[in-house]
Design a protein around this ligand. Structure first.
Ligand code: PLP
Length: 454
């Protein structure tokens, strides 16, 4: 019996010197007016001075910039070169298993030291803070991916790092906390007794398991109170999405090299940053009328922000300390049920993604978690890589689109973002195999109630 050699490598690489040297700022190309963040007290658009206690001025400028391209500073490029450019892969074995005529490509962001796309912005934010004289950064983290990315980046740029970690994850997912400790960060479970916001929640509900919205309030309060400290957010904001566009700029070069341009770009969405990072450089061509590429954002049924939330002004945090931003939201008091994709449990969505959904440039779909893990396992058993539960949402949608293409006799090119590996999420896979995982769907009645309260 002859054993067939594995297929030829389907990996498209870039040389280090080909790494893009500028970020793409989609704000320059939007064919509709933006909706500015509003000060909750004055109801007026906020200005740079309102954000200055929290962010260094360069990041505030990027937040509102209308420049199409912003140069990546040399020290940030040097940091990115620790793991970039990242490979683009063609999922030929998955295609074969699905008997699809679709071509499936993915950009692999799991090779960064923390294992996801998140350090792409963490190193940039750490750099701009260091350059502005910041000594210490605070942040929140859910499952710990962002906290570990910022811990890594602050160590590179010699800053202190204080992480407020959602209590349930702090207790149930110890290994990302361990990573943060290895990189020298302080980590406390949130709600904590270190901030007024935390103490208030604990007084109301001593058993509180925490939420991203609560942890944001704590991290913001900590930063606002200390002269030497600023705050860092891992998603949602315009400058964060822009820092992630290095993913799409690289992918564009690699797809050109593979002689394949995507008909469909797919990513999972928590706050919207990895999806935007891959999608925006391709969306640039669509906005300029050069392509008809579709863009699909994938979210969990337990936190269906885009598909079932309301597009309106809301707070970014539970404690009502942030500006009001216009976005798809389930309400800033909403605490989603515990699902394994901790990174997709934010009540809101990046304003840029929300606006592009509203103007029909981006589509969205939501899935329950068991079917998401089924897709993750199929992917791992064909392509090898074990994806993060967040990423698996994108994979579910890609598989469904590829099967649809087969049924319709079409052969689209699909590109998705493999935002992170799942090697610290194996307990979730265990739960899937043990049959103890349940599909959690937010009920219509609850959505009605949440949206009515806005
Ligand atoms: C945090 C995270 C996400 C979700 O965040 P976005 O800002 O929407 O990208 C997705 N995948 C992984 C691996 C993550 O760590």
């Amino acid at each position: 019996m002859s054993v067939q050699a594995p297929q030829a490598a389907t990996r498209i690489l870039l040389e280090q010197q080909e790494m893009p040297r500028r970020w793409y700022n989609i704000q320059a190309d939007l064919p509709f007016p933006g909706s500015p963040p509003i000060h909750p007290a004055t109801k007026q658009p906020i200005g740079p001075a309102d954000l200055a206690p929290l962010f260094p001025m360069e990041l505030i400028k990027q937040e509102v910039s209308q420049e199409r391209y912003i140069d990546i500073p040399d020290p940030v490029q040097d940091a990115l070169r620790l793991w970039r450019p990242t490979p683009l892969m063609r999922a030929t074995r998955l295609e074969k298993a699905l008997k699809t005529s679709a071509k499936i490509y993915y950009k692999y962001e799991g090779g960064s030291p923390p294992g996801s796309h998140k350090p792409n912005t963490a190193v940039a934010q750490a750099f701009y803070n260091k350059a502005a004289g910041t000594k210490r950064l605070t942040t929140e983290t859910g499952a710990g991916q962002w906290g570990s990315a910022l811990a890594f980046a602050t160590k590179l740029f010699e800053l202190e790092c204080m992480v407020y970690m959602v209590r349930i994850s702090f207790e149930q997912k110890p290994y990302r906390k361990s990573m943060m400790h290895v990189w020298g960060a302080d980590v406390v479970p949130s709600p904590s007794d270190r901030t007024e916001a935390g103490r208030r929640i604990r007084a109301e509900d001593p058993q509180s398991t925490g939420s991203l919205g609560i942890a944001i309030s704590e991290a913001v309060e900590d930063a606002a109170k200390r002269e030497d400290t600023k705050y860092s957010l891992g998603s949602v904001l315009n400058h964060v999405l822009m820092h992630q566009t290095i993913i799409g700029e690289e992918a564009l070069l690699q797809m050109e090299r593979a002689n394949a341009m995507p008909d469909l770009v797919v990513g999972c969405v928590g706050g919207g940053s990895n999806f935007s990072g891959l999608a925006f450089p391709f969306l640039r061509d669509r906005l300029q009328g050069r392509t008809k590429t579709r863009f699909l954002a994938v979210e969990p049924d337990a936190c269906p922000t885009i598909t079932r939330g309301k597009y309106t002004y809301d707070f970014g945090d539970t404690g009502e300390m942030t500006p009001l931003v216009k976005m798809h939201t389930l309400g800033h008091r909403f605490i989603p049920d515990g699902i394994h994709a901790g990174g997709l449990r934010y009540h809101g969505m990046a304003p840029l993604v929300s606006a592009l959904v509203e103007h029909d440039f981006i589509e969205a779909v939501a899935y329950p978690q068991r079917t998401v893990f089924e897709a993750a396992v199929q992917f791992a058993r064909t392509e090898g890589t074990i994806p993060a539960p967040e990423t698996a949402h994108a994979i579910r949608a890609v598989i469904d689109e590829a099967v649809k293409a087969r049924e319709r006799g079409e052969a689209p090119t699909i590109l998705f973002n493999l935002s992170g590996h799942g090697l610290l999420d194996l307990a979730a896979y265990d739960s899937y195999f043990a049959g103890t995982m349940s599909d959690i769907r937010l009920s219509d009645a609850r959505v009605q109630e949440l949206v009515a309260a806005l």
